[in-house]
Design a binder for this molecule. Sequence first.
Ligand SMILES: [Zn+2]
Ligand SMILES: [Zn+2]
Length: 570
Amino acid sequence: MKNQEIARALHEISVLLEVEGKDKFKPRAYARAARSIESLGEDVEAVARRGELESIPGIGKAIAKKIEEYLDTGTISHLEKLRKQIPIKVTELESIPGVGPKTIKLLYDNLKITDLESLEEALNAGKLEGLPRLGAKSIAQIAEGISLVRGGMSRTLLAEAMDVASRLVEYLKQSVSITQIDVAGSLRRRRETVGDIDILVNSPSPEQVAAAFVSYPEIGEVIVKGDTKVSIRLKSRLQVDLRLLPAESYGAGLQYFTGSKDHNVRLRALAQQKKLKLNEYGLFRGDTAIAGRHEEDIYDQLGLQFIPPELREDHGEVEAAQADQIPALVELSDIRGDLHSHTDQTDGSNTLEEMIEAAVQLGHEYLCVSDHTKNLTVANGMDESRILKRIDEIDEINNSGRWPIRVLKGAEVDILPNGELDIDDSVLSQLEVVTVSVHTMMRMDRAAMTERVCTALESKYAHILGHPTGRLLLKRPGIDIDLEDVFEVAKKNNVVMEVNSYPQRLDLDAGNIRLALRSGLKIAINTDAHKTFELDNMRYGIFQARRGWATASDVINTRSVKDLLPLLKK
Ligand SMILES: [Zn+2]
Ligand SMILES: [Zn+2]
């Protein structure tokens, strides 16, 4: 789906027009159109095919034309022209927290800053001080943002990388004859962000595979083209390494290139103890390969249970495999419902009915609708009377039998800075699933933040702690909080920890999921969907939960609604 790409392009036009400064209204029109496409509840291409682009709020004839141009050609000529006139790397600069269109214009007009590098130079030279409308606090925020972006610059979100990889795999399969193809590396281990993509192929005609690979339409440049390894950089800057492997060592290559490095070091040491040698070509006794064709055989010959890629981090999985104690990790097919979703009642894009319909399509047995509450004014959070109205609406839907799904009455309730919830107990008591989350005042110190969240968990009606650290991957670190304390209080108060499937969140992270489970807590894997198609993000939460060693019984929403609801009782 190209919604996000198009929204980005329209937004970039709005910023460049703003910098150009010729017209007051056009930048706003493009910004509005970008937001409209970004929050559109369906594929913009489908809308275009129906000829209904202009029915989208904020999209007039001129912008509709540009969207069509993008869908046809992958770019917008107006944008290309603006980029030539004003060489600002908008996306790069805006990736820095605290830098928006106004700041970009200010930096360009006064200091001719066009990208991250020139901004960093100006910052280090003290040139930002003394700029109009840019206080010391903003400058400090920009400095912090730059180091965050620098740290994550070469990384891509798992969800995005998986999309790129599966398109490329499809393309190769269509183009040439392939016997086996796998994506390896950190992507196969489902790390939350990845540095590059590794693709392994076995084919009767490796030269043709390499040729097809370097003529992939999304390619930016060829880095290396050898007989067994070809590396390219895509237009999106992401690097992809293709390795051509013979069938007899395919499994060994898959094991080797999946990693992690630390996991492989452990395996090689284990092989040595058994007087064997393990490398990317196979497992050898002397010169004889005793495994290599299939990855499972390598583990088997080393006396290990098969280790799922998500666990291969040398975090105890080798010992567990030796003792036959690798858990049966939770799978997507175990999930029976979703406990966190939003509608257009607050900041979601789709109606209640559309969300329900989409959850039915996914085969869910239940969907909890958990819109925001009144403290979150930017999301048009609900007050008590709106929640009560919502409860009636849901009762009516459930009683009507219109959909073969149980809609659960919920809310994502704001945790106020003092730890109180922003909704009255008399209303909370009527909800079936109350998720409590921190959305505001995220920069409190560790002691105060821990106290704040722990107080909230003590509420009689807090069932689930939503996205417990509030981090946004590659964008902002989480809140400063002592999760061990939080887990202890959660255990006492029977509060479930959320694993949020939103690709930018994936919060809790793997280490903390494991810690939560060890503390005796249960988790809920939820999508936090704000659009119908985001209900499909569940798999990313599953990957994360697997990386945290979670089994189906650790996850409350693998249960039927009848078994689930009693688990939430205090
Ligand atoms: Zn939230
Ligand atoms: Zn939410």
